[in-house]
Design a protein around this ligand. Structure first.
Ligand code: SIN
Length: 280
């Protein structure tokens, strides 16, 4: 079956058909998918009636599993987390701000795979922002301010006990487990080369980035805020609309992503794995 890759026509993203992910893939198929992933940064595979075994096998074609802190995995699996929201849930939406998954780690995951199970009839799109385009089109003054900066990453605002998903977060169906380790920090260059393509881009954003090396918080905050607004401009965004039985994989080194709401009164459930860092 020939693989067909259809670009979204937006800032990134493509749909892939002509492959059955419930079956093992051969080297040629894996190579073609990897090439399309590196080119388009977000791939969606519609009409894939797959199991968690299939999700795990697919993930491992592209690297080892990433390390997923602050979530309990689903029962019987070490590397699958449920992205879940029940119809009657009123806690703030999970992941409704731009981020690159686990960018506060020493070796953040190269990618993330999300398999849709229950998809609401309206809302619940996932947005992706192309961070190569965001850098390419950045005004030169802003770029000059940011070039060479070491960004300080931490999970503290989200996953520390006093963070957004911490002890005060109640009534959430997702198995989020905040802890003190969220306060650790890790520095990554803000502007860096993609480890596989060499293409330069912005890595992560305010939220997981809490400051810049050599700057006070007072100095860093306005810069981070201005940067966040730039990184997520409409012109860099692909809006992904989910269907049941869809697998999406994205490249955390090239895009930011964020969840959206608009499906109050409906359940939403997806199973997620992360693809470990690429080691050349
Ligand atoms: C995520 O950030 O992993 C979840 C995105 C979504 O729920 O759309």
């Amino acid at each position: 079956m020939p693989l067909t890759v259809t670009p979204s026509g937006q800032a990134c993203g493509a749909k892939v058909t002509g492959v059955d992910l419930s079956q093992p893939l051969d080297d040629q198929q894996i190579g073609e998918i990897r090439a399309a992933w590196l080119q388009h940064h977000v791939l969606s595979f519609p009409d894939q009636d797959i199991s968690d075994d299939d999700l795990e096998r697919f993930t491992l074609y592209f690297g080892g599993f990433g390390h997923d802190p602050f979530f309990d995995p689903i029962e019987g699996r070490e590397h699958i987390a449920a992205i879940q929201r029940n119809a009657d849930e009123t806690s703030p939406l999970f992941a409704e701000n731009w981020h690159s998954d686990w960018s506060f780690q020493e070796h953040p995951p190269a990618g993330t795979c999300l398999r849709s199970i229950t998809i609401p009839p309206v809302g619940g799109d996932t947005l992706f922002a192309n961070q190569h385009a965001a850098l390419d089109l950045m005004p030169s003054e802003m770029r000059a301010e940011l070039e060479g900066k070491g960004a300080i990453h931490s999970a503290q605002l989200a996953y520390a006990p006093d963070g957004a998903y911490g002890e005060k977060d109640e009534g959430r169906s997702m198995a989020i487990r905040p802890d003190e380790s969220a306060r650790k920090t890790q520095v990554h260059p803000l502007i860096r080369e993609h480890p596989e393509t060499g293409r330069r881009g912005l890595f992560s954003c305010m939220g997981y980035i809490i400051g810049f090396e050599g700057m006070t918080q007072q100095e860093a905050l306005p810069l981070l805020t201005e940067l966040y607004a730039w990184q997520s401009r409409d012109e860099f965004v692909y809006r992904h609309k989910w269907e049941p039985n869809m697998l999406v994989m994205w490249d955390n080194r090239s895009v930011l992503h964020c969840a959206t709401g608009g499906y109050e009164g409906h359940d939403r459930l997806l199973h997620r794995t992360t693809i470990g860092a690429y080691m050349s």
